[in-house]
Ligand binder design. Structure first.
Ligand code: ZN
Length: 144
C-alpha cells in the first residue's frame, strides 16, 4: 500500500500547497513551463547571508507538478545556497534514475520517485527544481 501512501502525499500537497505565492521583495523570480503538460511555474526566493530565507512557488499545472513544487519549497527554505543547489542536483539525478539520493532522508520526496515509472511525467516533477536551480545560480552570481 506504499503507492497509495505516495499518492496521498502528492494529493495532499496539491490540495493544500505549502508556500504558494510570491516572495516580495525577492532576489530572484524564475519562470518555467512544461508545454507537454501545460504546467506553468514561478519560483521566487529571498537570499540572505548565503541562505534561502524565503522561497515560494506560484503557477498552475498538474498535481505532480504542483505537489513537487510545494514539497521543494519546504525542503529548500533555510538551506544555504550551496547546499540547496547540491540538494536539487541530487533530486534531478534521482529523477533521471541515475543515482540514489545520497542516503539523505527523503521524506515526502520518496513519493516523487514513483513518477520515474511514468517517463512523460518526469518533467512535471522536475519543473520547479530546474527553475529553482537556475534562480540560485543567478542569485549566487549577483551576490559574489
Ligand atoms: Zn504536469
Amino acid at each position: 500500500m506504499l503507492e497509495e501512501l505516495y499518492e496521498e502525499i502528492i494529493l495532499d500537497h496539491y490540495r493544500r500547497p505549502r508556500n504558494k505565492g510570491k516572495v516580495d521583495p525577492s532576489d530572484f523570480v524564475v519562470h518555467d513551463s512544461n508545454p507537454l503538460c501545460g504546467d506553468e511555474i514561478d519560483i521566487s526566493a529571498r537570499l540572505s547571508d548565503g541562505k534561502i530565507t524565503e522561497v515560494k512557488f506560484d503557477g498552475r499545472g498538474c498535481a505532480i507538478c504542483m505537489a513537487s513544487a510545494s514539497i521543494m519549497t519546504q525542503k529548500l527554505r533555510g538551506q544555504s545556497q550551496l547546499a540547496a543547489q547540491q540538494f536539487i542536483v541530487g533530486f534531478l539525478n534521482m529523477m533521471r534514475g541515475e543515482t540514489a539520493f545520497g542516503g539523505k532522508e527523503l521524506g515526502d520526496l520518496k513519493a516523487l520517485e514513483g513518477v520515474l515509472k511514468f517517463p512523460v511525467r518526469v518533467k512535471c516533477a522536475t519543473l520547479a527544481w530546474n527553475a529553482a536551480l537556475q534562480g540560485l545560480r543567478q542569485g549566487a552570481d549577483k551576490q559574489s
